[in-house]
Design a protein around this ligand. Structure first.
Ligand code: KE4
Length: 430
């Protein structure tokens, strides 16, 4: 596997782009190697600029649930492109995709398109504050909702003290209204939500945590969260940027049967092009400008090419049995990963929900941020590099997800499992 061109490109990139990448995780810092530069992708494979092929388990961090360069999606983009790329005016395609989202998500009566997941969550929180007239937002340690200031608080900065900035450039005044508490801890959740000193506008949650690695909601946790927020008239925001159209056609809210007040979407709904969205009850969404006073805007919101890609993608996801097949394939894959862990005596906590999964190199049961942090990141880095050398492209961080797509064939998964066993045996010798 020669990667000389990637290395040379990385050197060039670093001269003109911070860290040589346009998103930090792509720099592969936590897995001890430099990033590959990707030239193209097709189905479940990506190809680097040196012509090496890799079986892709990142899937662009989730959007490519149908695999890369799906012919129907490409054709839809090409057709839209022939009529121009952006008008800054309403188009028929926006109605088509908005109607699909409303029909798909049980809790969404109206939806606004933006251009990223961050814009979606940032706008949903502003709307929650505007609608309730309250200031404090509650999030969970290890959950990530994009890089808007309000979300960048240090984990564990809740309960005792209010938000502590998690990044330079985020003023204390901004994050003092953000409280971050442990995921899956009903006791602290109830204590926090009932704290009379907190003027809480909303709780924002990843219904399945994906940004500390895969951490499923504990049985009853989402139900408790929904009951408490309903009782205390606190808005519940499901950040479904990952889970939306991933776990089920109706996302996590269909998968778990729990309806939030607002939902944030991204990734899959753009079919690989930049789309985010936030939506929910009409009485809340009608507070968004121009109908309401809560301001939010975007030059490329509802971009016609992105709408076409999203529409074509969601149409294909409506195929009978799509999610059953995908989730069953993932269950089989995860089961065999567990067997390899046993056979090679390499302890792994394997968390999976639907086609989302993470193998944590720890003997602990990973149920929240602090248990996720017990994972051996050095060992993950070794595994990552060993798998890459065999043409298997995993997430360059222990605390991210492994994504499957409908394009991953059983034969390709068999090879990935063979390589996993080979890699684990090498780890066992270290
Ligand atoms: P974007 O602004 O990156 O489109 O979406 C932010 C976001 C919001 N909510 C959830 C649950 C998310 O997972 C994300 C972004 N996910 C990361 C991967 N863990 C994107 C990859 C990256 O940051 O480069």
């Amino acid at each position: 596997m020669i990667t000389a061109t990637s290395a040379q490109m990385f050197e060039q990139a670093r001269k003109v782009i911070p860290g040589g990448v346009n998103s930090p995780v792509r720099a592969c810092r936590s897995v001890g190697c430099d990033p590959l530069f990707i030239e193209r992708a097709q189905g479940s494979s990506i190809f680097d600029v040196d012509g090496n092929e890799y079986l892709d388990f990142v899937c662009s961090w989730g959007p490519m649930i149908l695999g890369h360069a799906h012919p129907v999606v490409l054709a839809a983009i090409a057709e839209a492109m022939a009529h121009g790329t952006s008008f800054g005016a309403p188009t028929p395609k926006e109605i088509e995709l908005a109607s699909m989202v409303v029909d798909a998500l049980p809790s969404v009566e109206k939806v606004r398109f933006v251009s990223s997941g961050t814009e979606a969550t940032m706008s949903a929180v502003r709307l929650a504050r505007g609608y309730t007239g309250k200031k404090v937002i509650i999030k969970f340690d290890g959950c990530y909702h994009g890089h808007a200031d309000s979300f960048l608080v240090k984990a564990g900065s809740g309960v005792i003290t209010l938000g502590i900035p998690g990044s330079p450039g985020v003023p204390d005044e901004i994050v003092k209204n953000t409280v971050s508490i442990p995921y899956n801890n009903e006791e602290i959740l109830e204590k926090t939500l009932r704290d009379p000193a907190l003027d809480i506008a909303c709780v924002i949650v990843e219904p399945v945590a994906g940004n500390m690695g895969c951490v499923p909601p504990a049985p009853g946790f989402l139900l408790k969260l929904r009951a408490l927020t309903a009782e205390l008239r606190i808005l519940l925001i499901f950040d479904e940027v990952i889970t939306g159209f991933r776990l089920a056609y109706g996302g996590a809210q269909e998968y778990f049967g729990i309806l939030p007040d607002l939902t944030c979407l991204g990734k899959i709904i753009g079919g690989g092009l930049p789309v985010g969205a936030y939506g929910g009850r009409a009485d809340i969404m009608d507070q968004v400008a121009p109908d309401g006073p809560v301001y939010q805007a975007g030059t490329l919101s509802g971009n016609p090419l992105a709408m076409a890609a999203g529409f074509a993608t969601l149409k294909l996801l409506q195929k009978e049995g799509f999610y059953t097949q995908l989730n069953d394939k993932a269950a089989g894959f995860a089961g065999r990963l567990g067997e390899i862990s046993e056979r090679t005596s390499i302890p792994v906590c394997l968390n999976r929900v639907g086609s989302l999964m993470t193998g944590f190199f720890t003997t602990d049961l990973v149920v929240d941020f602090s248990t996720a942090m017990t994972a051996d990141t050095q060992r993950y880095g070794q595994h990552y590099r060993q798998m890459l050398s065999q043409g298997i492209y995993l997430a360059p961080s222990q605390f991210e997800l492994l994504f499957l797509s409908s394009a991953h064939s059983e034969k390709q998964l068999d090879r990935a499992l063979e390589m996993t066993e080979w890699s684990f045996k090498k780890l066992a010798k270290k």
